[in-house]
Design a protein around this ligand. Structure first.
Ligand code: LRH
Length: 476
């Protein structure tokens, strides 16, 4: 058999979806059908900002039931989500909803961890850029809950556990915890010991493509079929990178642009030089043991959180396409670029006020209209993207010819064009659903539809033909 259908559960910070992916490797066809979409976001509880994993689980079950009704021959299910966040379990019970990586508690954790293991040493061991919410910092802020727990599962693993009973740690997402060795991709038990984290909390590492088992009987009844769950690149960015239609990864950069803009390269070997550490570049685990050498840029969060604030202020919905069209009319030269990566922009709340504060501190004019604000955000993101592409090329010693933008940001033409202009390289935009496509393709390969040893390049050839990218040529 060279084809069939699989289901992808793809959870993003603002929404989740269940998609059916239909693949025929021999015929060279690939198509996605969205069967469910549901909202996601932070929920404030007495203990801080959390995710509502229980609601996501319920939505995933309903979505899978819709998928089975639409396509009774679904061969398997794969789950991906944002990185770093986790649930603690005692037996089968979840010890509360996972904390959201934007919760402030992580600050305490950073101090505690760095007091025990300085960042230079951490980087040598795990190769990760400093992000205050990396799992190892969150754990240092857990307190007593850690003593009660007997297992820790990252979000996609936690969902897979609820569905199947498997307690595993998928490797690409595990690489974002800070507790996996960059040298060999296994749990760094020495680091766990030093930081006082019980090694037995962490599940067996599995690779994308590994079977995780069939739905528990109670779940199968709700879904209408005992679907098999298969590990994929469960870190959404790892799945997205699978679906970047790069013909030659040695001359291409990618930007996986959604809530975050993940800007970097796919490498065969990690780069953990002093220069890479100083530029805060990360070496996350990719599918097939590739390295995702990248830097987190704040991403479309800057735009969406600003829009949320304006909507809160006015009580009126803002139409994003109209706002972006208006932003396109504002001359780029009339707005100053701000530092999109300033940590003050991370927390939810009044983002335009914090951007205005940044401008005042730097004696630069604050944009005077919403359209000008939106333009400033696009220009600042494009500049941060171009900078990160230049850094990546320099740090990895590569000569780049193209930049691929995938994810929601690939629909933002102004952002794509301005990134091309500011980087001086052509941008190839799309596919928008790269994460779900990567999830689908890793399952399709595990089903044997591509032949057992199909490379990522073969999968990407299919992506390029099914979703021809839109080209943006640099204008200056
Ligand atoms: C993007 C993402 C990113 C992580 C962040 C927490 O969704 O997974 O790769 O750094 O969320």
């Amino acid at each position: 058999m060279t084809g069939g259908a699989v289901a992808a559960v793809d959870l993003g910070a603002t929404s989740g979806r269940v998609m059916i992916g239909r693949v025929d490797a021999a015929a060279g066809t690939l198509a996605l059908e969205q069967v469910a979409r549901f909202p996601n976001g932070g929920v404030r509880l007495a203990s801080g900002l959390h995710w509502d994993l229980t609601a996501l689980h319920a939505h995933a079950l309903r979505g899978l039931a819709d998928a089975v009704r639409t396509e009774p021959d679904i061969a398997s299910v794969g789950i991906d989500s944002w990185a770093v966040d986790y649930t603690l379990l005692r037996g089968d019970r979840m010890l509360g909803e996972p904390f959201h990586y934007r919760d402030e508690r992580t600050e305490r954790g950073v101090e505690a961890v760095h007091a025990t293991v300085p960042f230079i040493e951490l980087y040598r061991r795990n190769g990760l850029q400093f992000l205050p919410f990396n799992t190892l910092y969150q754990l240092a802020a857990e307190g007593d809950a850690l003593d009660l727990a007997d297992a820790l599962l990252l979000v996609p693993d936690a969902l897979a556990f609820q569905l199947t009973g498997a307690r595993v740690a998928e490797r690409t997402n595990a690489s974002t915890t800070g507790l996996v060795s960059v040298a060999d991709g296994t749990w760094d038990t020495g680091l766990m010991d030093t930081l006082g984290y019980d090694r037995t909390l962490f599940g067996e590492l599995v690779d994308p493509g590994a079977p995780l088992g069939a739905l528990r009987p109670a779940m199968a009844r709700e879904v209408g079929a005992a679907l098999e769950v298969v590990a994929v690149g469960s870190h959404d960015t790892a799945s997205a990178v699978v679906a970047v239609p790069m013909t030659d990864p040695s001359t291409a950069a990618y930007i996986s642009c959604g809530t975050w803009g993940l800007v970097g390269l796919e490498l065969e070997h990690a780069v953990t030089s002093d220069a890479a550490r100083e530029a805060n570049f990360t070496n996350e685990g990719g599918v097939d043991g590739r390295v995702r050498f990248l830097h987190n840029v704040m991403g479309l969060w800057l735009l969406s959180e600003s829009v949320r604030q304006w909507e809160r202020e006015t009580g009126q919905a803002i139409d994003l396409p109209t706002l972006l069209a208006d932003a396109g009319e504002v001359p780029a030269s009339s707005v100053a670029v701000f530092d999109a990566n300033d940590p003050r922009f991370m927390a939810p709340g009044d983002l335009p006020a914090r951007i205005a504060e940044w401008y005042r501190e730097h004696d630069l004019p604050v944009p005077s209209t919403r359209a000008a604000f939106a333009r400033a955000i696009v220009e600042s993101l494009a500049e941060a993207f171009a900078d990160a592409v230049r850094d990546a090329a320099r740090l990895a010693g590569r000569d780049l010819e193209t930049i691929h933008i995938v994810g929601g940001g690939s629909l933002n033409r102004l952002l794509c064009q301005r990134t091309a202009d500011r980087a001086g390289l052509p941008v190839l935009a799309g596919p928008v659903e790269a994460t779900a496509i990567g999830n689908v393709l890793v399952q399709a390969r595990a089903q044997g539809w591509f032949g057992a040893d199909a490379s990522l390049e073969q999968l990407r050839t299919l992506v390029a033909s099914a979703y021809a990218p839109r080209r943006f040529t640099p204008q200056r």
